[in-house]
Design a protein around this ligand. Structure first.
Ligand code: NAP
Length: 252
């Protein structure tokens, strides 16, 4: 049974907390009694997230995750100041819809930096002595796009396939430290990222994607609850897996 007190008073760092799934995750975790460290670049929007949280002691920490070398020392200083973390949720991410003939290496690299390399450096940061509790848990945001293909989205799909592969290997590597590593793979959820994607699609293309979701498009809370489950000790024997949360998109 899901232990609703498992996250009470535990500290969890959530990236992408200024928007969409990251923001919803912060809200759900705060409702479960956790203390949230909300991370993103836009301080104003992080403060908006903090204003929606239940309980006290939440922190807003603006940080540009494309500065990947700085992530482990920054996490060390967070833990020194605020205590060890129960977990990390890496919900910061970028999307790129670009046909191959228009795809530039710099744009691919920027996307990979945030979606993949930053996730790896967050795991590296968490494994340091004094930074994590034991047991601890990492949840990466993958996507159904790591499992299926979509024309014009190859860089994004590649990044999410990499997240799934990284999840399996890090789960093996960090198990001796008591750190579990899992991912969630959402289908289309109604966030700003979806608004951004809509601009690159015709109404017919969007309706087709919508129709591929037997339970309709997701809401951010649908994904946030799955993330909370993977953080809590109710999922203590789940490791190295990608949990698909897509309203049935991938069962076609
Ligand atoms: N929405 C969906 O339908 C969907 C489906 C499958 C998977 N996902 C995945 O779920 C995750 C969250 O998606 P979302 O829909 O919540 O996206 P979103 O609303 O566009 O939010 C993206 C977040 O990433 C942060 N971010 C981007 N670049 C950053 C950087 N360099 N440093 C720090 N933070 C950065 C943004 O914060 P700032 O602007 O404040 O920096 C923002 O909080 C992503 O990994 C996405 O690929 C989403």
């Amino acid at each position: 049974m899901f232990n609703s007190t498992a996250l009470a008073d535990r500290t969890i760092l959530v990236t992408g907390a200024s928007s969409g799934l990251g923001r919803a995750t912060c809200v759900v975790l705060s409702q479960l009694g956790a203390r949230v460290i909300a991370v993103g670049r836009d301080e104003g929007r992080l403060i908006e997230t903090a204003e929606q949280l239940e309980g006290n002691g939440h922190l807003v920490r603006p940080f540009d995750l494309s500065n990947v070398n700085d992530i482990p020392p920054w996490m060390k200083s967070l833990a020194t100041d605020h205590g060890p973390l129960l977990g990390v949720v890496h919900s910061a991410g970028q999307h790129l819809a670009r046909p191959l003939q228009m795809l530039k290496p710099d744009a691919v690299q920027e996307l990979m930096q945030v979606n993949v390399t930053a996730g790896m450096m967050l795991a590296k940061g968490l494994r340091q002595r004094g930074v994590h509790e034991s047991p601890a848990s990492i949840v990466f945001l993958s996507s159904v796009m790591g499992q299926v293909g979509q024309a014009g989205v190859s860089a994004y799909c590649a990044s999410k396939g990499a997240v799934d592969a990284m999840t399996r290997s890090l789960a093996l590597e960090l198990a001796p430290q008591g750190i579990r590593v899992n991912a969630v793979a959402p289908g289309q959820v109604e966030t700003e990222m979806l608004d951004q994607q809509k601009q690159t699609l015709t109404a017919e293309q969007f309706d087709r994607i919508k129709a591929m979701h037997p339970l309709g498009l997701g809401q951010p809370e649908d994904v946030a609850h799955a993330i909370a489950f993977l953080l809590a000790d109710t999922s203590r024997w789940i490791n190295g897996t990608t949990l698909t949360v897509d309203g049935g998109y991938t069962i076609h």
